[in-house]
Design a protein around this ligand. Structure first.
Ligand SMILES: NCCC[C@H](NC(=O)CCC(=O)O)C(=O)O
Ligand SMILES: NC(=O)OP(=O)(O)O
Length: 312
């Protein structure tokens, strides 16, 4: 594999889950694979899990990680072609990506959407510019429209925790105070569509994800109906896709509660706002998988880096 920028890069999710379980069972088995190789992690946005678990994955493979907060610390990068750079940007992505490629054997990038310009977000300008102008493989650490390391993690976590051959998995929208990206929900949806699960989405009217993503996945606008007989409930807030980036008025209470989910396992990518997205009683119960998910971020990243290193 060259780049990992989307769930579409997973050719067979069942094989990948089997391999990820092996990596998890013996994380230091390939500690020489990345010897003398450098992973550069570039952050245009905040992170706790991705920043640490991706470095941990690199260290387990014997790689040297180097990290940079691009926003604030680096020169402002210009992504438009042919502009007269007389504004706030000091260097072009053509030079920036080529230069970082001199220091790194693999580059991982986090760049969130604008949530104001749908067309620009869907063009994945930042991520795709790195793919275009870097001379080394690129890994997405959450881009405008996807979070494929999280999606792979979530598939692994469901495979590990499922007591049934074909569990019912619900992705539920939940409330938030801010307009959030669609990336996590998009990649989770794409991962579940590849899994042997009964997958449905629950969200209020006006919050349907892109049809390009949901395809024929059933969408419920009634949360209780969607939750019926669920084995896994994955909560996430996202802003409206249709009224792009907006927070719409929602009448019903969509906060995840213990009463609503019963015995279903609870999942969330984190960070999560307690008692807004989900009540304490759920996060503090044995049915919460959120810490196991965070742990699995290391093994998902390690599998991806392993596949890239094997192909260098
Ligand atoms: N990487 C996981 C989620 C990142 C981001 N969450 C956030 O921005 C939460 C911020 C807050 O709660 O203030 C998102 O939804 O895509
Ligand atoms: N789940 C996740 O990506 O967390 P961070 O934003 O903290 O990296």
């Amino acid at each position: 594999m060259k780049n990992y920028t989307s769930i579409k890069d997973i050719e067979n999710i069942h094989n990948w889950i089997t391999e990820a379980k092996k990596v998890k069972a013996n994380p230091l088995a390939n500690k020489n694979l990345g010897k003398n190789k450098t992973l550069g992690l570039l952050f245009f946005n905040s992170s706790l899990r991705t920043r640490l678990s991706t470095q941990k994955a690199a260290l387990n493979l014997g790689m040297e990680p180097i990290v940079m907060n691009v926003s604030g610390d680096a020169w402002g990068i210009e992504f438009e072609d042919g502009t007269e750079m007389n504004g706030n940007t000091a260097e072009h992505i053509k030079e920036a990506a080529a230069v970082v490629s001199q220091y790194c054997d693999v580059i991982a990038v986090r760049a969130f959407p604008t949530l104001t310009d749908k067309e620009k977000d869907e063009s994945e300008q930042v991520l795709n510019s790195f793919v275009k102008y870097a001379s080394v493989p690129i890994v997405s650490m959450e881009s405008a429209t996807g979070h494929p390391l999280q999606g792979l993690t979530d598939a692994l976590t469901i495979a590990e925790n499922s007591l049934k051959k074909k569990p019912k998995v619900v992705l539920s929208w939940a409330p938030h105070i801010k307009a959030l990206p669609h990336a996590v929900a998009n990649s989770f949806t794409q991962a579940m569509q590849k899994m042997d699960v009964e997958f449905v989405i629950a969200n209020p009217e006006g919050y349907d994800l892109s049809k390009e993503i949901t395809k024929d996945t059933p969408i419920y606008h009634n949360q209780a109906q969607a939750f019926k007989d669920a084995d896994f409930i994955y909560a996430k807030n996202w802003s409206s896709y249709e009224s792009y980036g907006q927070l719409l008025d929602v009448n019903d209470n969509w906060t995840i509660t213990k009463d609503k989910i019963g015995d279903a396992k609870f999942m969330h990518c984190l960070p999560v706002r307690r008692n807004v997205v989900v009540e304490d009683a759920v996060l503090d119960s044995k049915n919460s998988l959120v810490i196991e998910q965070a742990n699995n971020r290391t093994y998902a990243a390690q599998l991806v880096l392993k596949k890239i290193l094997e192909n260098l």
